[in-house]
Design a protein around this ligand. Structure first.
Ligand code: CO8
Length: 372
């Protein structure tokens, strides 16, 4: 049996924030903080804060803008976080809503109907609540039979989700699987932190996974090799969780936001990912010249350039290693799926591509895909 990704969908929020807008708000905050703490800074009791810069952000990360679900309060210097109005239990949750929007597109792209979907996996960095599962709420909203569950693997959630989907199909517990990545990341960004205020955006992606024999979608990618790996690291961490309220004295500390040692992540993750891709290419006896496209995790352009060069033995062209993080920023697990969704033209039957995620955990996953 061969399993294919037979359709994808993408929900993009209507609001976007440019680097200049973000930096302007951050620098207003810095000026206000330094003015409010002038005496303490002079006495050496408080460290003065430094300005952020659009030029640094673009050079260090490749990010030019990010889409967000709720822009105004992120850019309000007195708030600096998105505001979401809590919905009643009878209304569709925000995360389910964007998941449904991406899922509907994927279902159409794969020439399926909601009745065909018998497993929904919501795979992302955070779920809005623990239960009922977002996947089961989406199952009801779409009208799908079967079963669903949520899984969290940070930036590797989408690829791990696709592997779980493929295994469910191979084992016979599902025939057609919808993997959804509703990544609402802006609530976890510390917009007062110069090192990380620019990194993330909100988005949702979705993919249909099924047996090749039932697939009729226009763009189909057959999974010919796959391998997830994990290795514990504290270099990307958030301590947000349901037990925070039990320690009220530390419940609002900055470690409850996304925190990373970016340089260390860079140094440790790059060899891990390069070796993982090489091992999967070896498994199916592919040489660098056989790889037509690299759909890489979208965290940092310098990381992607490094991995692209390692895999192909030369700098990849923009067509060979599509970049979407300039427009979308880091969208956690959705990034490599956005790249595949937006750049699936120009491939010929038999062409080999790489779909690869990497991030917190550490977690990484490489799939080798053959365009059908
Ligand atoms: N403006 C101006 N200057 C700055 C800024 C800024 N905003 N920030 C830092 N600087 C300065 C620093 O102070 C430093 O100055 P000095 O040299 O004087 O000390 C200098 O710029 C260089 O700083 P860095 O060494 O930190 O800069 P880097 O070149 O390393 O770039 C990056 C920083 C972009 C963060 C980079 O390290 C990076 O991208 N690393 C890899 C990150 C990565 O891939 N992480 C994956 C995490 S994502 C994930 O797994 C998902 C988690 C779940 C989702 C969470 C949702 C919220």
């Amino acid at each position: 049996m061969s399993v294919v990704i037979s359709g994808t969908g993408l929900f993009t929020p209507s609001e976007s924030i440019s680097n200049d807008e973000l930096v302007s708000c951050f620098n207003n905050y810095v000026d206000k903080f330094n003015a409010d703490n002038e005496q303490a800074i002079e006495n050496g009791e408080v460290a003065a804060l430094s300005h952020s810069s659009s030029a640094f952000i673009e050079k260090a990360s490749g990010i030019k803008s990010r889409y967000v679900m709720s822009k105004d309060d992120i850019l309000n210097v007195d708030v600096m976080r998105p505001t979401f109005v809590e919905r009643s239990n009878d209304a569709l949750s925000q995360q389910a809503e964007i998941g449904v929007a991406a899922a509907k597109q994927a279902i159409v792209a794969a020439n399926k109907t909601a009745e065909d979907i018998d497993l929904i996996i919501v795979a992302c960095a955070y779920t809005q609540r623990s239960y009922p599962a977002m996947a089961i709420e989406i199952q009801q909203a779409l009208g799908c039979p079967g079963w669903g569950f949520d899984m969290l693997v940070a930036c590797s959630a989408a690829t791990f989700g696709i592997i779980n989907a493929a295994n469910a199909i191979r084992s016979g517990t599902a025939k057609t699987v919808l993997v959804i990545n509703p990544e609402i990341l802006s609530p976890q960004v510390n917009y007062r932190d110069r090192d990380s205020h620019f990194i993330f955006g909100d988005v949702a992606t979705a993919s249909i996974i099924e047996d090749e024999s039932t697939a009729t979608g226009e763009h189909q990618f057959k999974i010919i090799a796959e391998q997830p790996i994990t290795q514990f690291s504290n270099n990307i961490r958030s301590n947000i969780g349901y037990m925070n309220q039990c320690s009220p004295e530390t419940a609002n500390d900055v470690d409850k936001y996304f925190i990373q040692q970016g340089r260390k992540v860079f140094k440790e993750v790059l060899p891990m990912v390069s070796n993982l891709i090489a091992s999967q290419m070896d498994k199916v006896e592919l040489a660098p010249e056989d790889i037509k496209r690299l759909y890489l995790h979208q965290a940092n352009i310098n990381m992607n350039n490094f991995i692209g060069k390692k895999v192909l033995g030369r700098n990849p062209t923009p067509e060979e290693a599509p970049i979407i993080l300039d427009e979308y920023a880091n969208t956690s697990s959705a990034g490599c799926i956005i790249a595949l969704h937006k750049h699936n033209d120009g491939l010929n039957s038999g062409d080999k591509t790489v779909l690869c995620s990497f991030g917190a955990g550490y977690s990484a996953c490489c799939l080798i895909l053959e365009y059908v």
